[in-house]
Ligand binder design. Structure first.
Ligand code: FE2
Length: 314
């Protein structure tokens, strides 16, 4: 006799919700990091999440974001009504900075991430957060990556800063791969990756900058630009400490990702930030980052392997 059973509740077919997308699970099972954007799989609810996020952030961007970010929104012709297609975004980016958004299935080991930047490729998440919890971000999503990061990539100077990050990673990999003692190699590598992650966090992800046209600060960090609550909090709350960027502090300062940041750093300008990335590379080469303060972020084996096994002659 035939047995019938009620199918277990599972993700809706064609759902691209973060942590629930069958397409992503299948890509990960196949070991595919670089993927395509299966646009037809966005559900109505995914599109609605984009609309709600955009509507919540747009007025705040006008008040708090760096003017270059606002220019970027226009130059990319981001649509408030629907999730962007990466091919369209890339067509707009090509003549501006030659950056490309490259779809990925999930976490990118740190050397690979920085090396993508060196090649003017930005690893981009294609899933979108659950509409039930708009401010909860268990991992990056397409709103964070595309609306938070990519408008800044339209600025040639800013995109050059990202490329410099990639060059710093390559210098770090070369330096540490030349170390004979494996335990020293591991310890040094972990320390430098930690320092680079902290620098990236306090600038590209959560950076503030002196406003180029008026007194005060504005936001260029994508973690702030993709959070409807934290963007205003970062500039106006008296619970946030805002200090001029100091390299020796930043590389030794741990961070936590699961709450509003109580400590932020501001730079004077994009040129100032570029100089700091140059200094970061000098500090790598001079050994000043070989023993930074322990603590967050954790560096996993995949991050270490990605640096220690990177082809260093490319
Ligand atoms: Fe990010």
């Amino acid at each position: 006799m035939l047995q019938t059973s009620t199918p277990a509740p599972g993700p809706i077919q064609g759902d691209l919700t973060t942590t629930k997308a069958p397409f992503i699970e299948q890509s990960l099972e196949r070991g595919e990091l670089f993927i395509h954007q299966p646009y037809e799989q966005y559900s109505d609810s995914n599109q609605e999440t984009w609309r709600r996020l955009y509507a919540a952030l747009e007025p705040k961007w006008r008040r708090f974001a760096h003017p270059r970010f606002l220019d970027g929104l226009d130059r990319l012709a981001l649509n408030p009504e629907r999730i962007p297609r990466l091919e369209e975004i890339n067509q707009f980016l090509e003549p501006l900075s030659a950056f490309q958004s490259k779809p990925v299935s999930g976490y990118v080991p740190s050397y690979l991430f920085f090396d993508c930047l060196r090649r003017r490729e930005f690893p981009t998440t294609i899933t979108i957060r659950d509409g039930e919890a708009l401010d909860y971000l268990p991992e990056p999503d397409i709103f964070h990556d595309l609306a938070g990061h990519v408008p800044m990539h339209t600025d040639r100077r800013f995109s050059d800063i990202l490329v410099r990050f990639g060059e710093v990673a390559r210098s770090a990999s070369r330096k540490v791969q030349a170390v004979d003692d494996h335990s020293v190699q591991l310890r040094t590598m972990e320390s430098i990756i930690k320092a680079m992650a902290r620098f990236f966090w306090y600038t590209v992800e959560f950076g503030l900058m002196k406003h180029p046209e008026k007194d005060g600060l504005c936001v260029y960090g994508s973690g702030l630009l993709s959070s409807s609550d934290e963007i205003q909090h970062s500039l106006q709350s008296d619970q946030v400490q805002r200090y001029p960027f100091q390299l020796e502090w930043v590389v030794n300062q741990y961070f936590e990702i699961d709450h509003f940041q109580a400590l932020l750093f501001y730079v004077d300008s994009f040129d100032h930030l570029f100089e700091q990335v140059d200094r970061l590379e000098r500090w790598v080469l001079e050994g000043k980052l070989d023993n930074v303060n322990p603590g967050e972020p954790l560096v996993n084996q995949a991050d270490l392997d990605s640096f220690l096994q990177a082809p260093i002659d490319s």
